[in-house]
Ligand binder design. Structure first.
Ligand code: SAH
Length: 293
């Protein structure tokens, strides 16, 4: 529960919901909603509609508190993440809490960072609701591995670079690197790799990729606090990533992207351009090749 939050809710949200025919939040329902990577402007209208009507909002560590300002003044806020070194509540307890609140007839908004179904345990929570016979709705959100990279000027796909992209979590349930993943196939088959929760395992992942045929100078970018005002980007390569992370003291939460699309940032860093960065017109240097053909 946060007392910093000023809850405004209100007329704007009501007008939007009425105009667009957005659904009414029925008592006893749980809405599993993605809040996006941080910038409140990336909330969906369904998320705003949910915030305005919810009785209880159970929210995660990655949800920026300014968004909770859109909640109705009567809404109760329940924090479900890790705080002040205390262990985070068990997933089972969170699911049980959602069921309990719904059974009390509350309109329960479960607000999660990014998209609830992308490395967010949304599937587990939704299945617990199914199990308990609780009606629910899912509202997708902008995921860090796409929208967060967009704020760094890095498209996850580009026609001249890749026709496939792989999303990987660096942390399994126990915190270990997913060694059992088929790294040779990933290295060979996926020109662009996006890593969630992988900062601590990045040295090993880079090693595995190089050992399986990726070039050591392949570009890598790490984006910390993507889409927020204090967003930071570290550009490096597979060979230098571990040293650069150590040297700069780069911290989580970070989304990591490996692949030639990172080079597009020189041309597409639109946030940098707002601060005077001169954007390169042909960062992949494809024009010269095309003209020569
Ligand atoms: N469901 C979320 C992901 C949750 S896993 C989503 O769809 O985005 C948590 C991981 O997501 C973090 O460790 C980090 O890798 C990434 N992440 C989420 N928000 C981020 C942000 N604003 N900046 C950088 N990384 C972020």
């Amino acid at each position: 529960m946060s007392d910093k939050v000023v809850k405004l809710g209100g007329r704007i949200a009501e007008n939007v919901s009425a105009r667009l025919g957005l659904p009414a939040f029925e008592p006893g329902w749980v809405w599993l909603v993605g809040a996006g990577p941080g910038d409140p402007g990336l909330l969906t209208l369904h998320a705003v509609n949910a915030l305005n009507q919810a009785d209880v909002i159970v929210y995660d560590a990655l949800v920026d508190e300014t968004m909770l300002g859109l909640a109705s003044p009567r809404a109760k806020l329940e924090y479900s993440g890790k705080r002040g070194g205390k262990p985070s509540p068990k997933q089972r307890d969170i699911s049980a809490r959602l069921v309990e609140l719904a059974r009390q007839g509350k309109r329960v908004l479960r607000l999660k960072g990014g998209d609830p179904f992308v490395f967010g345990r949304g599937g587990e929570e939704a299945l617990a609701l199914v199990d308990a016979g609780i009606p629910f709705r899912v509202v997708p959100g902008v995921t860090a591995g796409i929208g967060g990279l967009g704020y760094a000027g890095i498209p996850v796909t580009h026609r001249d670079v890749n026709h496939a992209v792989t999303f990987i979590t660096g942390h399994m349930a126990g915190g270990d690197l997913p060694e059992h993943l088929d790294w040779p196939s990933i290295a060979k088959g996926s020109p662009v790799i996006v890593l969630y929760m992988a900062l601590s395992h990045l040295p090993r992942i880079a090693e595995l990729l190089i050992a399986n045929g990726r070039t050591a100078h392949e570009p890598v970018a790490l984006v910390r606090n993507a889409t927020l005002k204090d967003q930071e980007v570290l550009e490096t390569t597979l060979a230098t990533a571990a040293v650069d992370v150590e040297r700069t003291g780069f911290k989580a939460p970070a989304i990591i992207v490996i692949g030639e699309v990172v080079r597009l940032r020189e041309g597409l860093d639109w946030l940098g351009a707002l601060e005077g960065r001169v954007l390169k017109r042909d960062p992949l240097e494809t024009r010269a090749t095309r003209d020569a053909v």
